[in-house]
Each structure stands twice: as structure tokens, then as C-alpha cells.
Ligand binder design. Structure first.
Ligand code: PLP
Length: 396
């Protein structure tokens, strides 16, 4: 038989999924590898889905989603100060991941370069590669809490650059852009005539201060914001997200939905409308809970210098595992074998996270605390072991 498609076979598998699969075959594992809220989807949303199914919302929807949901998303944005947004800017997708992929497909040609954060969510790299475009990582700087390193964008941008991808609050670092950082990123893109895909799926989870969307600076419709319901409303399995884009881009993205997925699930979309009717306080409870967990993780790991940065948003923390070596794939597997804690190997997020593992704060508090204690014990044990090893042949 002829070989399968080059592009599809060349795309790396997510290292997060690999650890998940390994861990699923073992008992008594503490799962800190997955980026998934531990909260149940609020009951009102589940009820609304049941009612929608019984009322016959069981058919295809328009490519861009039900008009009622597009309007509801737009109204929420207007209420939050984005007075320019109408339903024409909104494309509803099955998960934010599909909004991100269609945004990339809508803006990038084969051979173009796309600037992606390092460390960053691994799916950016694979979706860019799927387009036949080239992912070009730009360095985030640990010293500044994982803001783009000064000059790192200019160092890697080229005349072939077409799109800048940004993410705040960030996976895997927990970093949150300041107003100034968001403005600088927009200005960089504008000066080089780049489109921007601003991944804001964790916008509800900023622990201190406010979320700064890149869209607030956009004067000519180059910024596509992506967000969704998975994280804010604990709805990962419902597969519901959306993009906010200038209408000419939104039209193309909606057109792309047809050959890829046709539309988001009708029932999930009705559930999404119910989610948007919930009082903000419901999301606030989850935000406070993640913020509390960030403090706990900092107490156990940060206090002994094992956190790369204190998470300021989203629900992740990068742990410094350099005491155990530099191969995070091996370290994550060893940690799983010896301490029964599943983590995501840093290497999957880029070269800048090679000697780290990512833990998710979206685990019940006592489980998270126990997981962090085991990680700390593991790192202390390997440090001692390494210190007791002879440091090499004696010099003559
Ligand atoms: N963007 C980032 C940074 C993520 O971490 C994730 C999920 O983990 C997504 C997008 C995708 O979210 P969704 O479930 O809405 O597809």
C-alpha cells in the first residue's frame, strides 16, 4: 500500500495524552496531567440541554451556530465593554480548539510562518503544521513571569511571518498579560502586518487584577479572539467554543466549518445559552477555588524553589524538575512509576519547558496537596541520590 499522508504522520502526538494513557493502565494514580476542570457542569446547563433535546433541537444548525447563541455571546461582550461586537463577529465551534484551527486555516497559506509561544499549548504547533505552514516559537521569559522575552518576537519574525498566536491566561505557565504586554504584542503584530489569534479560553480565571484582551487595541480587524465554554463553565466534554473575528474573517471561518465539522452540537449550543444566563458568581466560585489551589501549590513547591512561576491565572503550574535531569518525558514517567503522580512533561510545551513538568490545579484540594507533596519528595530523593554519586573519575 502507498504510505499514509506525510503531514498527518509527521505531526507529533501530545505528550499530555501519552502520559494520560500510561496512567490509565495503573491503579491509585494522582492525576495532575489533564487540563480539565474537576467541577461538574452546573445543573442549570445540564437541565437546559435535556429540555433542548426533548424540544427537538436535535438537527444540524447553521455553520456559524444558532443565531440565538451568537447574539447571546455578542451581548455578553457588549456588556463587558466591547461595544463594536455584533452576532456577525461570532462563530460558534465545537470547542475552542476548532475555533483556533479554523482561525489558522482562514489566515495562513502553505509555507507561511506562524509565531507561537514557547512554552505554549502543543496544539498550536500541530494545527499550524496541518495547514502546511511553519510554526516558529518565540521565547517566553521565566524571569518576567513568562511574558515574551524582550526582542524574542523580533528575533524570529521574518517577511514570511503571517500570524502571531498569543495566550493569556496561559497554559502551561499560569501567566497573565498586563495591559502593557497585551498592547505591545498588538503593536508588534500591527507594525509587521500580522494577523493575531489571541487564545483567551482561560479569561475567567485571572486570580488578581483583570483579563486584558488583545482585542481592545485592535483598530483594523486583525485580531481573532478565541474563547469557549469548556473551562469557564466546566463543559469540556460538551465541545463548545467560539471565535470573535471581523465579519470578513468570520464568514470564511464559518465556511470552513462545513467540510470540517458542519456545526457545533445543537444540544450543546442550547446548553451554552443557559451557561451565559448564569450569574457571574457561579464562575467566580470556581475562580476563587483555583486561586486558593495556586496558593497551596506555592506553599508546598514554590516555598522550596520548585515552581517556575507562581500561577496568576488559568489552572496550571510549571514545576522545576531539573534536580532529576533534563529529560522531562523520562522524568514524568519516572514520577508516575515511583510516586504514582501523573504530570505533563514540559518538553511537550516547547524547548523552554524542557526541565519542567506541568501540573493542573484542577484537582480536588486534598488530592492536589498530596500530589505536590509526592513530587517534592521525589525531587528531594533524586537530589540526594545524585549528590551521593561519585562525581566522576578522580583527577590525577
Ligand atoms: N486553548 C488552550 C490554551 C487550552 O489549554 C485548551 C484546552 O486545554 C484549549 C484552547 C481548547 O479548549 P476547548 O476544550 O474549548 O477546545
Amino acid at each position: 500500500m502507498k504510505p499514509l499522508a506525510d503531514l498527518a504522520t509527521s505531526i507529533p502526538r501530545s505528550g499530555i495524552r501519552e502520559v494520560m494513557e500510561l496512567a490509565s493502565s495503573m491503579d491509585d494514580v494522582i492525576h495532575l496531567e489533564v487540563g480539565e476542570p474537576d467541577f461538574a457542569t452546573p445543573e442549570e446547563i445540564v437541565e437546559a440541554a435535556g429540555e433542548a433535546a426533548r424540544a427537538g433541537y436535535t438537527r444540524y444548525t447553521p455553520n456559524a451556530g444558532f443565531m440565538s447563541l451568537r447574539r447571546a455571546v455578542a451581548e455578553r461582550l457588549v456588556a463587558a465593554g466591547r461595544s463594536d461586537v455584533t452576532y456577525e463577529h461570532i462563530v460558534i465551534t465545537p470547542g475552542a480548539v476548532c475555533a483556533l484551527a479554523t482561525a489558522v486555516f482562514a489566515t495562513v497559506n502553505q509555507g507561511d510562518e506562524v509565531l507561537i509561544p514557547d512554552p505554549g499549548w502543543p496544539n498550536y504547533r500541530s494545527m499550524v503544521m496541518l495547514c502546511g505552514a511553519e510554526p516558529v516559537p518565540y521565547e517566553l521569559d521565566r524571569a518576567t513571569g513568562y511574558m515574551p522575552r524582550d526582542g524574542s518576537l523580533a528575533a524570529v519574525a521574518s517577511p514570511r511571518s503571517k500570524l502571531l498566536m498569543t495566550n493569556s491566561p496561559a497554559n502551561p505557565t499560569g501567566a497573565v498579560f498586563s495591559h502593557e504586554t497585551a498592547r505591545q504584542l498588538y503593536e508588534f503584530a500591527s507594525a509587521r502586518d500580522l494577523y493575531v489569534v489571541s487564545d483567551e479560553v482561560y479569561e475567567s480565571f485571572v486570580f488578581d487584577g483583570r483579563h486584558e484582551s488583545l482585542a481592545q487595541f485592535d483598530t483594523d480587524g486583525r485580531v481573532i479572539v478565541v474563547s469557549g465554554f469548556s473551562k469557564s463553565f466546566a463543559m469540556t466534554g460538551w465541545r463548545l467554543g467560539y471565535a470573535i473575528a471581523a465579519p470578513p474573517i468570520a464568514v470564511i471561518m464559518a465556511k470552513l466549518m462545513e467540510p470540517l465539522v458542519s456545526c457545533a452540537s445543537s444540544i450543546a449550543q442550547k446548553a451554552g445559552e443557559a451557561a451565559l444566563r448564569l450569574p457571574d458568581e457561579r464562575v467566580g466560585e470556581m475562580r476563587r477555588s483555583y486561586a486558593r489551589r495556586a496558593v497551596l501549590v506555592n506553599d508546598i513547591l514554590g516555598s522550596v524553589g520548585l515552581l517556575m512561576a507562581v500561577p496568576r491565572g488559568a489552572f496550571y503550574a510549571l514545576v522545576d524538575v531539573s534536580a532529576a535531569g533534563s529529560n522531562s518525558n523520562e522524568i514524568a514517567r519516572d514520577l508516575l512509576r515511583t510516586e504514582r503522580v501523573a504530570t505533563a512533561p514540559g518538553a511537550t510545551f516547547g524547548a523552554q519547558a524542557e526541565a519542567t513538568v506541568r501540573i493542573s490545579l484542577a484537582a480536588e484540594e486534598s488530592v492536589l496537596v498530596e500530589g505536590c507533596r509526592r513530587i517534592r519528595r521525589y525531587l528531594e530523593d533524586v537530589s540526594k541520590e545524585r549528590a551521593s554519586l561519585p562525581s566522576g573519575p578522580p583527577s590525577s
